[in-house]
Design a protein. Structure first.
Lengths: 223, 254
């Protein structure tokens, strides 16, 4: 039993790792698009319309406003209904990762944005007066402060991700929960669920410990 | 040639005209104190001079670098990025609330920009920083981060950070407004020493006695205009304009 659960756990771990790998940078791109100021004035009141920001806001609101499980199905079936492609078994895993990245990047983007907007204007001004370029001041001064501020909300989101991986079950991606469920169904005993629960819990315990360590590392200053 | 010269500056926030035809130039080695009630345009003037705000009309030059000047239609046009970059090398600014980088140590706050922006030799910058740290009375604090320092110490780090860029002129925007009287004295002492070394400075302040002692020239601003300006002693002790008199009377009552 543990061998099968272990194989499932590896898939869970892969979904988790690849989602973070994709969503952490994609979230940054989305956050920048969301904060993009490019636009034009319309109407009598000269309201400014920012197309790039608006489209990004719509994307974020859809990703956060609809169930992840539904998004999983949409991504999974898209090649079939849109392009008429047959769906391979390997696609289940890939579709899971794609859907998770698209969803989590939206959440991460909003965390990044709140972090960036919480940095006092004086920090930007001090950097500007000292002659830093925008890129320099972002890389050396703003981003390190943003990272410190977003660790707690990111921990929250990452802990949720660990548990959300079990949603991949819905499109038949064989991760730990899918395995546990099939063991329970065939053995007519609940032990596999207990074992899976313990594994999820320990996984999250490790995640929390790592994030707490990062938080302590960054606690050498406060503002 | 003046170090900085502002000519006929107009600046508005929406319908609110904050600077109305302000002209001010500062010569090398001169210390100018700007006084006046809040909302009179002092800080905005400083922010325009340090390129944190843009003005709509007028001319701004540092040395031989023309930062902005009016076009034929009478609207201020700013120079290219390269010009602005060149101008930023000429001045330093000390903020009211310090704005040190909280994630950098004292030493890194002072040396990071000279090394990474000015691309100067690291050894040379470190040497200059050590000297400034001694001068500012911050010896032993090199590896501390700003949150471990008092407000007065933080402001002295901020002054060292600005000086390490070797600016030709240093602007102070109410440098002691966030400090208690004791810490205020620490910071004023440092600025006095700079004045004795003939550092060119423009200081916006509410410390009248300090302004009189340290400044060569006092500029009194109200309602977005320069109401009175002249030698420090004269403006503070014997003001001519009624608005200046009223302001100084009020201040002295407290």
């Amino acid at each position: 039993m543990m061998g099968m659960l272990g194989d499932g756990f590896v898939v869970t771990l892969q979904i988790f790792g690849l989602t973070l790998l994709g969503a952490i940078p994609l979230g940054l791109v989305i956050a920048f698009l969301r904060m993009n100021k490019w636009g034009f004035h319309v109407g009598k009141k000269k309201r400014k319309i920012r197309p790039i920001s608006l489209i990004t806001q719509f994307y974020i609101s859809v990703m956060r406003g609809t169930p992840l499980m539904l998004q999983l199905f949409v991504v999974y079936f898209a090649p079939f209904y849109i392009f008429g492609q047959s769906l391979s078994d390997g696609w289940r895993f890939a579709a899971t990762v794609v859907a998770f990245i698209l969803n989590y990047a939206a959440y991460f983007a909003e965390i990044y944005r709140s972090g960036m907007q919480s940095i006092p204007r004086g920090q930007h001004e001090a950097a500007d007066v000292l002659g830093y370029t925008k890129a320099q001041s972002f890389g050396s001064i703003i981003l390190p402060q943003v990272i410190k501020r977003i660790v707690p909300p990111m921990t929250n989101e990452i802990v949720t991700l660990v548990k959300d991986t079990s949603l991949a079950f819905a499109i038949g991606c064989v991760e730990m929960f899918t395995v546990a469920r099939s063991i329970v169904a065939s053995s007519r005993l609940m032990w596999a669920f207990l074992a899976a629960a313990i594994l999820y819990y320990v996984f999250n315990l490790v995640v929390t410990l790592v994030m707490n360590f990062v938080e302590r590392k960054l606690a050498y200053y406060h503002d | 040639m003046p170090v900085v010269s502002l000519e006929h500056i107009h600046k508005s926030f929406g319908d609110n005209e904050v600077l109305r035809d302000i002209s001010l130039s500062v010569d090398k080695g001169e210390v100018v104190g700007i006084i006046g009630a809040s909302g009179g345009g002092k800080s905005t003037l400083l922010r325009c001079a340090t390129l944190l705000e843009t003005f709509e009309k007028g001319k701004l030059t540092y040395d031989d670098v023309v930062v902005a000047q009016n076009n034929e239609a009478g609207d201020a046009v700013y120079g290219s990025k390269a010009v602005l970059k060149q101008a930023k090398q000429k001045f330093g600014l000390v903020f009211q609330n310090f704005n040190l980088f909280p994630n950098f140590t004292v030493l890194k706050n002072i040396t990071h920009a000279p090394i990474h922006v000015q691309k100067r030799d690291e050894g040379e910058v470190m040497e200059q920083a050590a000297e400034l740290i001694g001068k500012m009375g911050l010896t032993g604090k090199e590896n501390m981060v700003p949150c471990e320092l008092s407000g007065g110490q933080q402001q002295r780090v901020a002054i060292a950070r600005a000086l390490c860029m070797n600016p030709q002129i240093l602007f102070f925007d109410e440098p002691t407004s966030a400090l208690d009287p004791l810490l205020t004295q620490e910071v004023l002492k440092v600025i006095r020493e700079l004045a004795e070394e003939h550092m060119t400075m423009v200081i916006v302040t509410h410390e009248m006695a300090f302004a009189r002692d340290v400044a060569d020239r006092i500029v009194f601003m109200a309602g977005g205009t320069i109401v009175e300006e002249g030698p420090a002693e004269q403006v503070i002790n014997n003001p001519q304009n009624d608005i200046t008199k009223a302001f100084l009377n009020k201040v002295n009552q407290d």
